[in-house]
Design a protein around this ligand. Structure first.
Ligand SMILES: Cc1ncc(COP(=O)(O)O)c(C=O)c1O
Length: 450
């Protein structure tokens, strides 16, 4: 059998055994040949990563990169964290899977621990494997609990890649099919830098939040099932709503007997600094909350939490084969251990403030930086061609990616226009490493920006 994976990539070794990729070019070639073209990668030439440790990763040629994106805010406590890995190894050698048909201690213990950590009366959990599933579960539950159907999501939001979640996601590049699922409306985003109502922050009366009421009255039956939002719009480019925003929208959705679903997939686990959950900064308690990404430091985990009163409204049979498997649950508990033992909520606020100061320093120096925003270790830099017109500058972002790669650092990007840098290193990062990252970024700006 001809098992050539592509020119030069042989899948059969001398003994007829499958041959593993040895080099970066083999990985790139196999990616191109065997993965859906839809699997997108950063950089002009993709960067295969071979190994990670702490706050660094290495490529196939042994080049070391400071990781300032944490695998999309997922490596919460450093690559291959020894505490998390010890828990993983122990559980892997004890019990890996029985499905939720049989209760396991790691599964119920994690649920009990989450009940202690979650805000308000959110004390019951349904485990899945991803943010997509966690959000989908939340929406289904809201529909069952209220008997209503319509869901209001935010423009510029991202909630995953299922049929429903792609419909809720409000970024045209992620919406490959038109109007896929009925009953989803999109409210104005609290995007102060590009106010959808062209108002000025501070004197706007938070009109974007107030508009939710008109949206409900004009585009729904008047009885929506839920309003769902991220405390900080992650994929949207770390858009931070004003402090009045969530109290206003919570009141409005409750007035119309809908539920407030808060998506903590990016903002959870202390990343925003001082608080375990992003929404706590706004003093609002959700009816349903979802988490994923950073929960288990890179091991798949999706979490949907709600009050017992709402949770009991789930109708029909449901099962998630892998959801809440003992290995993922132990990894999550070990991640929480590290967050608590190392007081990472404080690290995120202290080092987040430091990073913010460095980025604001760059803004003074480089006029292509239109906005610097974020909370804790979740900071963004939005690039524009002109500070007055705010025309997005995605080209300079692309150049900054190549320049930071060259200088040995990984960064992230986001925003509807692809013009926003996202910086979100592991929450365990040290002050020295943070400054090293800021220095590299500054050098990259000096090289390619203006
Ligand atoms: C806020 C938010 N919700 C949900 C998701 C979907 O998570 P997943 O990719 O694990 O399905 C993401 C992913 O980026 C996200 O950022």
């Amino acid at each position: 059998m001809d098992t050539q994976a592509g020119s030069g990539v042989q899948t059969n070794g001398a003994k007829g055994k499958f041959r593993r990729s040895q080099t970066a070019s083999e990985v790139i070639e196999r990616q191109k040949k065997f993965l859906f073209p839809a699997v997108m990668t950063y950089y002009d030439t993709p960067l295969p990563i071979q190994r990670g440790e702490g706050h660094y990763v290495w490529d196939f040629d042994g080049r070391k990169y400071l990781d300032f994106f944490g695998g999309i805010l997922t490596v919460s406590v450093g690559h291959c964290n020894p505490t998390v890995n010890a828990a993983l190894h122990k559980q892997n050698d004890t019990l890996q899977h029985v499905s939720t048909l049989y209760p396991t201690a790691p599964n119920v213990d994690l649920a009990a621990r989450l009940a202690e950590l979650a805000p308000g009366d959110l004390s019951q959990t349904f485990f899945t494997n991803s943010g997509t599933e966690a959000d989908e579960t939340a929406v289904m539950l809201a529909r069952m609990a209220t008997g209503s159907h319509e869901i209001i999501a935010l423009r510029h939001s991202y909630s995953g890649r299922s049929h429903l979640n792609t419909t809720m996601t409000a970024h045209s590049p992620y919406r490959g099919l038109p109007d896929m699922v009925a009953g989803v409306k999109h409210a104005l985003a609290p995007y102060c830098y590009r106010c959808p109502l062209k108002l000025e922050p501070g004197t706007c009366g938070v009109a974007c939040a107030e508009d939710l009421e008109e949206l409900i009255r004009t585009t729904t039956t008047g009885r929506p099932a839920a309003f769902m939002a991220e405390p900080i719009l992650g994929v949207g480019g770390f858009i931070v709503p004003p402090k009045e925003y969530f109290p206003i929208v919570a009141d409005i959705i409750h007035k119309y007997e809908g539920l407030l679903i808060i998506d903590e997939v990016q903002t959870g686990w202390g990343r925003t600094g001082d608080k375990m959950w992003g929404i706590e900064h706004w003093g609002v308690t959700p009816d349903i909350m979802t988490m994923a990404k950073g929960a288990a430091n890179g091991i798949p985990m999706g979490i949907t939490m709600s009050t017992p009163e709402i949770a009991k409204k789930w109708r029909g049979l449901t099962i998630c084969t892998f959801g809440g498997n003992p290995v993922s649950c132990e990894a999550t508990m070990a991640t929480i251990d590290v967050i608590e033992e190392q007081n990472l909520l404080h690290n995120c606020s202290r080092l987040g403030a430091l990073l913010r100061k460095r980025l604001e320093g760059l803004q003074e120096k480089f006029k292509c930086i239109g906005d610097v925003r974020g909370m804790g270790l979740m900071q963004a830099v939005e690039l524009v061609k002109d500070r007055k017109t705010k025309e997005p500058d995605a080209e300079t972002v692309k150049k900054l990616f190549e320049a930071t790669r060259e200088l040995g650092m990984l960064i992230g990007k986001g925003g509807l226009y692809g013009n926003t840098l996202r910086l979100s290193p592991s929450m365990t990062i040290t002050e020295a490493e943070l400054n090293q990252g800021a220095d590299i970024l500054e050098k990259a700006f000096e090289k390619v920006a203006y």
